[in-house]
Ligand binder design. Structure first.
Ligand SMILES: *Cc1c(COP(=O)(O)O)cnc(C)c1O
Length: 372
């Protein structure tokens, strides 16, 4: 089917390919957690999660409680981890059967109080220890206090122990990463000795899966890999970017030397110039960094650089010398040559930021041939 208008085409076949590839890199007994925070990195949390649930993912992770709620409201019955639940909405975790990551002593106390008030028994929680990222996490020094509290609180049960690697994608930091791995294993050993039940161990994100086989443990947490990127050319070659951002030309104009384009007249034509107006802008997630030629879209197979400032709802590209008419397709990024990773890197940012910034008003169109 021929789609028109600004849309993000999401290829669920490619998502399935990435899922199977990442699974092939871990052992059969290691569980797979699909990270679908930030609207599944911009691809649409519900459709992506439904596909991954069909594929058999063991767990989901979202950043915030509201994202987990949205999954529950849309038929996701797989366990869901909330990476960054906050104290003011811990009760929602219990109401929606979401498993919170407990990342501080205050939060542990607060969650146990909620669990008590809601008459819970053995409610699953995941304990996050800081091993070097220095973001959220319980201080390893507090392990004995954590054990004391957990053992005396039948309302909760440790379902998982987690930490997060600071530099799993940067092999120059291997020594630091191995130190994080060792710290994590030390904490795990202490906890194992004290608890008379099994719990999951998870520390690796996508780059952790691909670069550190010794950090897979009993579960891995993958986000960007599912969406097609491995933070390294060698890994990227095995994965498939799952989305293309496309639009259609709204208008074509020609100007004479000395005339200017867009706000504040930042583009001044030196030669007779023909340009096209494209209906998306920073209100859709095409940040101002992409102006002034920092992005080249593809029109009828030819590269067309941006002219001047990106507006909120549109931007202009130079099509001088390109045969094009109103309505022709514009490819902002695609799944093969000019991927979101390439587009982001050309402008000095990363695919994570570009993809998660694609706004709600950009229609998501799903391609799913394999399940039909
Ligand atoms: C976002 C996130 C992940 C996923 O990371 P990727 O690099 O996208 O695979 C895993 N764990 C935590 C704690 C995260 O915040």
């Amino acid at each position: 089917m021929q789609h028109k208008g600004t849309r993000l085409e999401v290829n669920l076949d490619a998502l399935a390919h990435n899922y199977h590839y990442l699974k092939s890199r871990i052992s059969d007994t290691t569980k797979f957690m699909a990270v679908v925070k930030a609207n599944a990195y911009g691809h649409g949390i519900v459709k992506v999660a439904q596909k991954l649930q069909d594929l058999g993912t063991d767990y989901f992770a979202t950043a915030y409680t509201e994202e987990g709620e949205e999954l529950r409201e849309n038929g996701i019955i797989t366990p869901i981890l909330i990476l960054h639940a906050q104290q003011h909405n811990l009760d929602i975790c219990i109401d929606r059967c979401l498993e919170p990551v407990i990342y501080s002593m205050e939060m542990l106390d607060a969650f146990i109080a909620f669990a008590k008030a809601k008459q819970q028994q053995s409610y699953p929680i995941h304990l996050e220890f800081n091993t070097g990222l220095n973001r959220i996490g319980i201080d390893p020094e507090d392990i004995q206090e954590v054990i004391r509290i957990v053992k005396s609180s039948p309302e909760v049960k440790v379902r998982g122990l987690q930490s997060h690697l600071a530099a799993s994608e940067d092999l120059n930091e291997e020594e630091f990463t191995q130190q994080q791995i060792t710290k994590f294993e030390t904490i795990a050993a202490i906890l194992k000795k004290e608890l008379d039940y099994e719990f999951l161990l998870h520390e690796a994100n996508t780059s952790g899966i691909l670069n550190y086989n010794n950090a897979h443990y009993t579960m891995v947490r993958s986000g960007i890999g599912l969406y097609g990127f491995g933070n390294d050319a060698k890994h990227d070659a095995q994965l498939k970017p799952i989305s293309s951002l496309k639009s259609n030309i709204s208008q074509i104009r020609s100007i004479e030397p000395g005339e200017t384009v867009s706000y504040n007249r930042k583009f001044v034509a030196k030669d007779p110039t023909t340009y096209a107006v494209i209906p998306l802008g920073h209100g859709d997630g095409i940040n101002r960094i992409y102006g002034y030629g920092n992005l080249k879209v593809s029109i009828n197979g030819k590269p067309a650089p941006t002219l001047g400032i990106i507006c909120m709802d549109m931007f202009m590209v130079n099509i001088t010398g390109i045969a094009a008419k109103v309505g022709d397709e514009v490819v902002i990024f695609d799944q093969t040559v000019h991927t979101s990773r390439q587009m982001a890197e050309d402008a000095g940012t990363i695919s994570y930021e570009l993809l998660t910034g694609i706004q709600k008003r950009v229609r998501r169109v799903y391609i799913d041939t394999l399940s039909k």
